[in-house]
Design a protein around this ligand. Sequence first.
Ligand SMILES: Cc1cc2nc3c(=O)[nH]c(=O)nc-3n(C[C@H](O)[C@H](O)[C@H](O)COP(=O)(O)O)c2cc1C
Length: 358
Amino acid sequence: MSFLFKDLKLRSLTAKNRIVVSPMCQYSSEDGFATDWHLVHLGTRAVGGAGIVFTEATAVAPEGRISYADLGIWKDEQIEGLERITRFLKTQGAIPAIQLAHAGRKASRMTPWEGGGAIEDQDVAWQPIGPSAIPFHAHEPAPHAMDLSNIQQLKADFRQAAKRALQAGFQIVEIHAAHGYLLHSFLSPVSNQRTDEYGGSFENRTRLLLEISADLRDVWPEEFPLFVRISADDWMPDRASWTIEDSIRLAHQLKEVGVDVIDTSSAGVHPEQKIKVGAGYQLSFAERIKKEADVMTGAVGMITSAEQAETIIRSGQADLIFIARELLRNPYFPYQAAKIVHEKDFQWPNQYVRAKLK
Ligand SMILES: Cc1cc2nc3c(=O)[nH]c(=O)nc-3n(C[C@H](O)[C@H](O)[C@H](O)COP(=O)(O)O)c2cc1C
């Protein structure tokens, strides 16, 4: 009996297996609108058999986009294109999930294939915001340090975005609080040097994420799960930074406000981070949070084989396996994984049954 293909109860939902399409920016939107690319890209991965399919980081405000081509959910007109996607994902038995995001001081960039640098054309660029006026790259202009009215606006933007996500048919919302983007930059002392109630102590630095999580738990239906993606560690042991111990403490609090799953990534807050990259390099973070905070976790990062994924679930290190690049290379990974771990009941779409691996 495979553990990777065992279903998982998430509030009123049941994920048909533990494989999750990790959020991946596609840089294929115009003015934040979903396009045919998103439908085909996400739809293909649902056809491929993943239990949960996440959109990319979806901006709650236009200035919360990393690039001008990011997906957005800051206005009602954007709902329709997203709804088209969720409708299709559901026909394939996948749970449609959306990652809500604000890029903070890492906003206003070119797409990766244009080099990913700050947008230089001042007609296109916009002013990034952050907890403090500290740029990510020392040579770049500082972000605008948010005042309390900016913070209230951000909270309202997240609430509104979650309401729109519900209207668009999503059933899981994930708050993006990782990779050096806005909410992570509030958590970490590397980027947050505020002296008000949103900076300084652990309680103050975690306040914004906890408030937004509680707000979303309030507007997001009781029967649907809420995930939070965190960077469990800044990988900067030589200076005051965010550590796995902080993450375990935070996970306890997130659980208390009704967060169901901690999606455990790492890093992104400073260019001088020293990441020990390797197969499953973030797995120990997911395992510690699961065990020490007694909350469900998602493991992510260089998980590329069926055996590896099966072992993680079987040994109780995490509850879900988020996969990004392997699912870009091979959207039918779940199909092949099912064969490798001897899962006989894996359902393939009727249209493809003749291709079933024996
Ligand atoms: C093309 C691409 C876009 C990504 N965009 C996002 C994103 O929008 N939000 C996010 O939290 N992580 C993003 N990531 C990170 C992935 O979700 C994942 O955490 C990371 O790639 C490690 O998993 P992997 O080794 O399976 O690729 C992105 C990764 C890739 C390759």
